[in-house]
Structure formats: structure tokens, C-alpha cells
Design a protein around this ligand. Structure first.
Ligand code: MN3
Length: 212
């Protein structure tokens, strides 16, 4: 059975950039619902009970058809949000600047840290309807160099990078539930504020783990 992961900081810790009420609802209602519906689906197929979620998402065609859409939506939702909480941290704890490893990598891949931020923000702003922007590794591209393997992609709904063979480094939820209470329809304002609470240490850790 899957369960709701704890968040390492209190709901109010990302104020004023991400408000407490949004964090609480996002975690205890939205994320919890993905967990519940994923468990409901997996409960229909005992043979899947021990499978890691990432393995299910990597090969959805192997998931029984009657629960495939539920695993895609709710499994993707659980997977994405479990990463998302760690991609944020209270501002005073994250050091602010990108650590060297990921800093060099995004400079190589996108021409500089500012260019990376701009391209990522554009991708997030342009997601039509509900979805996510991601910085991912694409192991099928390039040859061991960050250049060519690091990509900015946007994905609809709760589709997860694992579904496309990509390894996540950093992701931003741009569903309205992630920002509507504080920012209403102004998604670009939410995106601009989000940079203040990005946990670069976590992104660096994901980068180091996935680049090999
Ligand atoms: Mn969400």
C-alpha cells in the first residue's frame, strides 16, 4: 500500500511565496486522493502489490487495462507530488544559489543559469490546462555529457517523466490547485515566486544520482 509522505517543513514554511493553506490542501487533499485512488486500483490486482511505482509507470502497457488509466493518473500524481515537496524548501535553508554540479550542467545545456530559469518558466507558463514543467535527464540523448541529455519538458495532467524513460531532476506543478488561492489566474506570478523556494540541494542530489 502506498502512503502519503511527510513533508520536511511545516506548511507555513514557504510563506509568502507559497501560502500555508495551499500547501495544506495540496498535501492533505490532492496528494492524499492520488494515494487513495492508486491504492484502490492496485487493490484489484494483488500481483502488483510489491511493484515499485516507478516500474509501473515505466511500462504502463504491462499494467492491466482495467486499472491502466488510474495508475497513469493517480500513480503519476503520487510519484510527481512525492518529488515536488522535496523540490521546495524554506528560503533561508537552501542557500539560494545553485550548487556547482547542477549549475555547470544547466549552463552547459542552456547557456547559463538565467537562461535555464527563463526557458523553464516559459515551459511552465505555456502548459495548456493542467500539467507540469520538468528538468529531466534523457539517457537516450547525447553521450554522458549534460549537454543534450538535460532537457526542459512539459507534461500534461499527471504524466510522469518515468513514463518516457526520463529521469527527473526538478519539477514544477502548474495545476491551478497549486496556486489559485494566492495567485488566482496569474500563473506567471506563481512561477516567478516559486524560484524563491526551490531546493537546489535536492535538485543537485537528483542530478548526481541520475546523470550516470
Ligand atoms: Mn498538484
Amino acid at each position: 500500500m502506498f502512503s502519503l509522505p511527510k513533508i520536511d517543513y511545516p506548511y507555513e514554511a514557504l510563506e509568502p511565496y507559497i501560502d500555508m493553506k495551499t500547501m495544506e490542501l495540496h498535501h492533505t487533499k490532492h496528494h492524499q486522493t492520488y494515494v487513495d485512488k492508486l491504492n484502490e486500483a492496485i487493490g484489484k490486482h494483488a500481483e502488483l502489490a510489491d511493484k515499485p511505482l516507478e516500474d509501473l509507470l515505466k511500462d504502463l502497457s504491462a499494467v492491466p487495462e482495467d486499472i491502466r488509466t488510474a495508475v497513469r493518473n493517480h500513480g503519476g500524481g503520487h510519484y510527481n507530488h512525492s518529488l515536488f515537496w522535496g523540490y521546495m524548501a524554506p528560503k533561508e535553508d537552501d542557500g539560494g544559489a545553485m550548487p556547482d554540479g547542477i549549475g555547470r550542467a544547466v549552463s552547459d545545456a542552456f547557456g547559463g543559469a538565467d537562461q535555464f530559469r527563463q526557458q523553464f518558466a516559459d515551459a511552465a507558463a505555456k502548459v495548456f490546462g493542467s500539467g507540469w514543467a520538468w528538468l529531466v535527464f534523457d539517457p537516450s540523448a547525447g553521450s554522458g555529457q549534460a549537454r543534450g541529455q538535460l532537457k526542459i519538458v512539459s507534461l500534461p495532467n499527471q504524466d510522469a517523466p518515468a513514463m518516457f524513460g526520463w529521469k527527473p531532476v526538478l519539477g514544477l506543478d502548474v495545476w491551478e490547485h497549486a496556486y489559485y488561492l494566492k495567485y488566482q489566474n496569474k500563473r506567471p506570478d506563481y512561477i516567478a515566486a516559486w524560484w524563491n523556494v526551490v531546493n537546489w540541494k535536492k535538485a543537485e542530489e537528483m542530478y548526481e544520482r541520475n546523470k550516470a
